[in-house]
Ligand binder design. Structure first.
Ligand code: NAP
Length: 481
């Protein structure tokens, strides 16, 4: 019998009502578990319990809150292998990738647990005699967190940990396609002794629960990661109530490859960034913009490398590319491949759903490379979120930079070059929130700010010290002695 995973409201695991299934995208015959399908009423109760818990939690000292976060991190660490395997089974990414993500979640909890003992405010000299002036941080209140399926543990972690350490209380609504990884974090927090009502977890349909969350009277802020379409809608709703809002959304990330690049690392970095995690990273490379002088040789090398990628069930050793997360996502990818084939010609490799043998029960698509893609083509402009790479030709560095920037998105961007001067010019002129030089466009760490620019993002950055800016407010004090 599949395990039933309950919602967590006011310190209680809450059952009852309808359920929904969590299935393995590599083998849909495998039922991982059933989740209680939360309702608008559950979200309302969760927000009320978060409001009731706020005075106690925010009055607790930062180090005391940090101690609970450290304990939750230790509990996740204790169950590291199991939690990683569950992530592979619910989301499809390979086991090494899942382990990397769970490790990151643990590190995020420890990093922000430490912030409890710092919580930097400001202390500056006054212009006036015998006046002491400073600003201290205070929590903003009840915060709603809405997360996507592609980093089902790290994204909940990088929202929950800073929200909690700042003294806020939260309602977390995870993605329906992969709720178990987030559930494990909430379980760890509960076992670590977080007071009742401080953390609430309600899984279920985004439309109904999102609406209820944004209308919940106690809510003061919402942090969302997901698609631009939903983010834009949430922004409109939040503005009506003047909720503080943070949005991290889609991208169409470029990697510029210059003729002076270390050729084999450039090939490896582009293939890694385009296809690992099945291209389902918000920072994945979906456009390789290649300088004319090495274009043909680069296309040939990328195609050759791509054809060697091993696609299959991410639990098996040696597999590099797992399935799309669900049928809808696979159909989206196949639709874009069809559009790409019509507009730019057949792909040089890949392009089909894979159904041989055991793959028949999963949502597998071959890693696909299109070449000769122009700026006007759909697959160069719209986010696909799957294993599809568009290779574009650029006359030179300046042309490549123009192509890279000429899109509405600005999440991540990469350049492959050994020319220091061009690397710096790129750093100053590339329109993206995350830049990499001679690395894949994907693969970030938690110690620095994370987030995009242009239509990819809105509001203060996540992670690193910047995360405190969203989850806290300053209280400024002038004191005459
Ligand atoms: P999504 O469809 O926008 O869903 C994200 C979350 O919003 C899910 O929890 C979803 O719930 C919920 N939701 C759906 N409709 C809602 C509504 N009307 N009101 C409130 N919440 C609602 O995105 P996704 O398919 O999960 O994730 C893929 C997208 O996320 C891509 O565009 C990717 O680029 C982006 N992403 C961005 C970043 C970043 O940091 N910039 C990181 C990762 C992913 P259900 O699951 O129940 O529908």
């Amino acid at each position: 019998m599949a395990q039933l995973f309950s919602n967590y409201i006011d310190g209680e695991w809450v059952n009852g009502g309808a359920v929904f299934e969590n299935r393995n995208p590599a083998n849909t015959e495998e039922l991982i578990g059933k989740f209680v399908k939360g309702t608008a009423a559950d979200v309302g109760n969760a927000a009320q319990s978060a409001a009731a818990a706020l005075p106690g939690w925010s009055a607790m000292s930062g180090p005391a809150r940090g101690a609970i976060l450290y304990k939750a991190a230790d509990l996740l660490d204790k169950n590291f292998e199991q939690i990683s395997a569950e992530m592979t089974r619910e989301e499809g990414k390979t086991l090494p990738e899942a382990k990397g993500e769970v490790r990151r979640s643990i590190n995020i909890f420890r990093y922000f647990a430490g912030e409890g003992a710092r919580m930097p405010g400001m202390l500056v000299p006054s212009e006036r005699d015998r006046v002491h002036m400073f600003a201290l941080r205070k929590p903003i209140g009840v915060v709603g967190l809405i997360t996507p399926w592609n980093f089902p543990s790290a994204i909940p972690a990088w929202k929950l940990a800073p929200a909690l350490i700042c003294g806020n209380t939260v309602v977390l609504k995870p993605a329906s396609a992969a709720p178990l990884s987030a559930w494990r974090i909430v379980e760890a927090l509960a076992q670590a002794g977080i007071p009742k009502g401080v953390v609430n977890f309600v899984a279920g349909p985004g439309g109904e629960l999102g609406e209820a969350l944004l209308n919940a009277a106690p809510l003061r802020a919402v942090s969302f990661t997901g698609s631009c379409a939903i983010g834009t809608r949430l922004h409109e709703q939040a503005s009506r109530r003047r909720l503080r809002i943070q949005l991290e959304m889609g991208g169409k990330n470029p990697t510029i490859v210059l003729a002076d690049a270390d050729f084999s690392s450039a090939v490896e970095n582009v293939v890694n960034a385009a296809f690992f995690s099945t291209g389902q990273k918000c920072t994945a490379t979906s456009r390789a913009i290649v300088e004319d002088a090495i274009y043909d040789r680069f296309v040939e090398a990328v195609v050759e490398r791509t054809k060697k990628l091993k696609v299959g069930d991410g639990m098996q050793p040696g597999i590099e590319i797992g399935p799309c997360v669900d049928q809808a996502q696979m159909n989206t990818v196949l639709r874009y491949i069809e559009i790409g084939s019509k507009e730019c010609g057949e792909p040089l490799c890949g392009g089909r759903r894979l159904t041989d043998g055991a793959l028949a029960n999963g949502w597998f698509v071959e890693p696909t490379v299109f070449a000769g893609v122009g700026e006007q083509h759909t697959i160069a402009r719209e986010e696909i979120f799957g294993p599809v790479l568009a290779i574009m030709r650029a006359r030179d560095f300046q042309d490549a930079l123009c192509i890279a920037n000429a899109i509405p998105f600005g999440l991540s961007s990469s350049i492959q070059t050994t020319n220091l001067s061009r690397a710096f010019e790129y750093i100053y002129r590339a329109e993206a929130g995350l830049l990499t030089v001679n690395l894949p466009s994907a693969g970030v760490e938690y110690q620095l700010p994370f987030g995009g620019t242009k239509e990819s993002s809105f509001g203060p950055k996540e992670q690193g010290p910047a995360a405190l800016e969203f989850y806290s407010d300053y209280k400024t004090v002038y004191l005459k002695y």
